[in-house]
Design a protein around this ligand. Structure first.
Ligand code: FEO
Length: 169
C-alpha cells in the first residue's frame, strides 16, 4: 500500500510528466510551423515518451493499491526563438523534472517505501540519459550557429529518431 503522502506526490509527478508532454507538443507545433520537420518529429516522439512516463507512474500507483489523481496540465510556452532556444528550454524542463523526481525519491526514503524507491530508480536513470541527449543537441546547435545548411543537416539527423517505449515494469 502507498501512504497518502507518496500517493499524492506520485499524482503530482504524473501531472508533471503530462505537462512535460505538452511542452514538447508546443515545441512540435513550433517546428512544424517553421519548417523543421526533423526537429518536429523528434519533439513529437519526446511528447510520446513523456506520455509513457506518466502512464508508467499511473500504472504503478494502481499496482500498489492506490488511486491516481488526474490533475489538469500546465499550459506550455508556445513562443520560441529558433531551435537553440527550444532545446535550451527543453533542457531546463528536464532539469526541473529531475529535481522533482529527486524530491519524490527523498520522500520515499523518509517513508521507507522501498517499492517506490525502486520504481523511481528507473526514472533517475532516464533523466540522466535525457539530460545528456539534450546537452549534446545544444552543443551541436551552438556549433551550427546561424548556418542554415548545418541546421538543416541536424534537422535531418534528429528526424531519424525512433520511439523508445518506457521500459515495461
Ligand atoms: Fe519524463 Fe523527460 O521527463
Amino acid at each position: 500500500m502507498l501512504s497518502d503522502a507518496i500517493q499524492h506526490a506520485l499524482s503530482e509527478q504524473i501531472k508533471r510528466e503530462f505537462s512535460s508532454a505538452y511542452v514538447y507538443l508546443a515545441m512540435t507545433a513550433y517546428f512544424e510551423d517553421t519548417n523543421f520537420p526533423g526537429f518536429a518529429k523528434w519533439t513529437r516522439l519526446q511528447y510520446e515518451e513523456e506520455i509513457s512516463h506518466g502512464m508508467r507512474l499511473f500504472d504503478f500507483v494502481h499496482a500498489r493499491g492506490g488511486r491516481a489523481a488526474v490533475h489538469g496540465v500546465d499550459r506550455p510556452a508556445s513562443d520560441f526563438d529558433g531551435p537553440l532556444d527550444v532545446f535550451t528550454k527543453a533542457l531546463a524542463q528536464e532539469l526541473s523534472v529531475t529535481k522533482s523526481i529527486y524530491g519524490l525519491y527523498e520522500l520515499a526514503q523518509e517513508e521507507k517505501d522501498y517499492g517506490t524507491q525502486i520504481e523511481l530508480q528507473w526514472f533517475i536513470t532516464e533523466q540522466i540519459e535525457e539530460e545528456k541527449i539534450f546537452d549534446e543537441i545544444i552543443q551541436t546547435l551552438n556549433l551550427a550557429g546561424d548556418n542554415r545548411a548545418a541546421l538543416l543537416l541536424l534537422d535531418r539527423q534528429l528526424g531519424e529518431r525512433k520511439l523508445e517505449e518506457a521500459a515495461p515494469r
